[in-house]
Design a protein around this ligand. Structure first.
Ligand SMILES: [Zn+2]
Length: 159
């Protein structure tokens, strides 16, 4: 499914354009749409540039996966969305900023993950296995910057 936003009717109203862009991005996220096609209109290079500038604002940029500029057709822009399923057990994303601590679940072997602590070299974190719900205590020790040795133990607490 894809959405289309034609900016021709509102090309002279920058507030309306920003509102329309925000709205179509909201809709794409809500409906898990993969692609939004934005049509600023042929021959309107300045408009297209201001649309691109808007789409590159950090708070807008964080909402879509990538922008595609059609060089064959100067009038067209597409936003591609990637909708992630809520699966905390999935492998760490390549290039993700924060390193995470990861160890296999004692019960089922699913990866247990928790964000690496800032500053701390050693410590513990409580993590519930996303696959089997077993509570774990991850004990970690920093071996070098950004690299931790992690051990998982079952932790049903004292109660
Ligand atoms: Zn498990």
């Amino acid at each position: 499914m894809r959405l289309k936003l034609d900016l021709h009717p509102i090309y002279s109203d920058s507030h309306a354009i920003e509102a329309a862009l925000r709205q179509v991005i909201d809709e794409a996220v809500a409906k898990r749409v993969k692609e939004v096609e934005i049509i600023p209109g042929k021959g309107s290079g300045a408009l297209k540039k201001s649309v691109i500038r808007f789409l590159q604002r950090p708070e807008i940029r964080s909402r879509y996966h990538r922008m595609e500029k059609d060089s064959e057709n100067w009038g067209r822009l597409s936003l591609h969305f990637r909708h992630e399923r809520a699966e905390p057990a999935s492998a760490p994303k390549p290039g993700s900023a924060a390193p995470s601590l990861c160890a296999p679940c004692v019960c089922c072997g699913s990866p247990l993950q928790t964000p690496a602590p800032e500053g701390e070299a050693d410590g513990e974190a409580s993590v519930t296995c996303p696959a089997c719900d077993s509570p774990h205590r991850l004990t970690f020790r920093r071996v070098r910057r950004g690299d931790f040795q992690v051990q998982a133990e079952l932790d049903y607490g004292d109660a």
